[in-house]
Design a protein around this ligand. Structure first.
Ligand code: NAD
Length: 417
């Protein structure tokens, strides 16, 4: 099939590379020229496991461009642009709407039937709200073009692996014709497909992310209590997780969740609920606890070093989680911010995220992990595997992510254990 992908960020690029690797012709469009040039040189614009090799492999099947009209022969067009938070937490749909306007121009000039598929995370009702924009083309939904919504569940760090082996594929479709076209594309992906309505597919994504975020805030709350009782929360999580109704995943207590999805999506669902006159107290507390949790780390540090002014603090890990260069809503941001306000001198290291972090914090030093360990105290904020190979002997280490090797430190304390 010939597939178009609008927005070549984490989701769009993986979608484009994935479908190209399955033998489809893929045309990817993005507004960022530098990103397009990199992709066409088979250089990954983001860090993602295996992406470098895959980009080279799919080169003949993947073209990237800033020219939207290149999508004119595509049978399926995915919208994968960002859906950031507005100041009040509600979702900013301007990039999605702009994409729909651009697609409207494409379908206006052609009589070929095609299906528009929203893959960006959008609040329920959004995909349907694009119908009038798309029909500005003079073409009719159902007859001249189709519409679907397939939420994305990939995890950064293992995004390609998740593309090829997804737990499930949710396909919300406007009508049977749209459903058939999208099913054809996902034909080789096994049995775990769930067909539903457009807005149900949209809600499945929000409910899933909100549930996982709730699990993290839940275990952090339990962890804060365990810490005071001298109980290892990881043992509690292990015991809980043996119950298959609960499951062990997402019960790793620490400094909270970050990334481009959980905080933004929970906030967007809260805003949507409020718009509907609901008061989603549970979700609000999930976010409030997540905002408090990184500051607990600073308080823990001050228990050991009450006055941080002029003290050198080493920070290991800046990405919101291991195996990515993504720092969006990373818990390292409020922690570094608080340390700077206390007058601390910061030396930081991350295997992939320093370039991104430097744009936010140009005033701190970026050093080798060995140099970072040479500080008055070391904070572990991301559990990169390589941190298991460092020598922590003789140091004061405060761990926010459970790096077992760090327990060899002279003084070691975990945030919830
Ligand atoms: P991103 O910011 O990495 O990428 C978005 C891309 O869209 C950027 O490259 C940007 O330049 C481009 N863009 C913006 N407006 C455009 C336009 N009008 N035309 C063409 N390109 C345009 O975002 P992302 O992380 O890939 O997320 C995209 C969507 O997928 C969001 O809704 C997000 O919530 C959702 N999602 C993300 C993840 C994840 O792990 N990153 C997982 C599941 C779902």
């Amino acid at each position: 099939m010939t597939i178009g992908v609008i927005g070549l960020g984490y989701v769009g690029l993986i979608t484009a590379v994935g479908f190209a690797s399955l033998g489809n012709k893929v045309i990817g469009v993005d507004v960022e020229k530098a990103k397009i040039d990199k992709i066409n040189r088979s250089e990954p614009p983001i860090y993602e496991n295996g992406l470098k090799e895959k980009l080279k492999e799919v080169n003949p099947n993947l073209t990237a461009t800033t020219d939207m009209s290149a999508l004119k022969n595509c049978e399926i067009i995915f919208i994968c642009v960002g859906t950031p938070s507005r100041k009040d937490g509600s979702i900013d749909l301007s990039y999605v709407k702009k994409s729909a306007e651009d697609i409207s121009e494409i379908i206006r000039k052609s009589d070929a039937y095609r299906v528009i598929v929203v893959k960006s995370t959008v609040v329920p009702g959004t995909t349907e709200s694009l119908i009038p924009i798309l029909e500005k083309s003079g073409k009719k939904l159902g007859k001249d073009f189709g519409l679907a919504m397939t939420p994305e569940f990939l995890r950064e760090g293992s995004a390609l692996e998740d593309f090829f082996n997804p737990d499930r594929i949710v396909i919300g479709a406007y009508d049977d014709k749209s459903k058939e076209a999208v099913s054809k594309l996902f034909k080789g992906f096994g049995q775990n497909k769930f067909y539903t309505k457009l807005k149900t597919a949209e809600m499945i994504k929000y409910a899933s992310n909100s549930f996982l975020a709730t699990k993290i805030s839940f275990i952090n709350e339990i962890g804060n209590v365990c810490k005071k009782l001298d109980i290892d929360t990881y043992e509690v999580a292990k015991g809980m997780g043996m119950d298959k109704r609960i499951g062990r995943e997402f019960l790793n207590c620490g400094i909270g969740f970050g990334g481009s999805c959980f905080p933004k999506d929970v906030r967007a669902l809260i805003a949507k609920a409020e718009e509907l006159d609901e008061d989603p107290k549970l979700l609000k507390e999930v976010m409030a606890l997540n905002d408090r949790q990184p500051l607990k780390k600073v308080n823990l540090l001050k228990k050991h070093i009450p006055d941080l002014k002029g003290k050198t603090i080493g920070v290991l890990g800046l990405a919101f989680k291991a195996d990515t260069d993504d720092i969006r809503e990373s818990r390292a941001i409020p922690i570094v911010d608080a340390l700077l306000r206390e007058g601390a001198i910061i030396k930081a290291h991350d295997p992939q995220a320093e370039e991104n972090f430097r744009k936010l914090f140009p005033q701190i030093a970026y050093s080798s992990p060995e140099e970072v360990l040479n500080s008055d105290a070391v904070l572990i904020l991301t559990n990169w595997k390589s941190f298991e190979n460092l020598n922590y002997k003789g140091k004061l280490v405060l761990d926010g992510r459970r790096v077992l090797k760090a327990k060899e430190a002279d003084k070691y304390e975990g945030i919830c254990w």
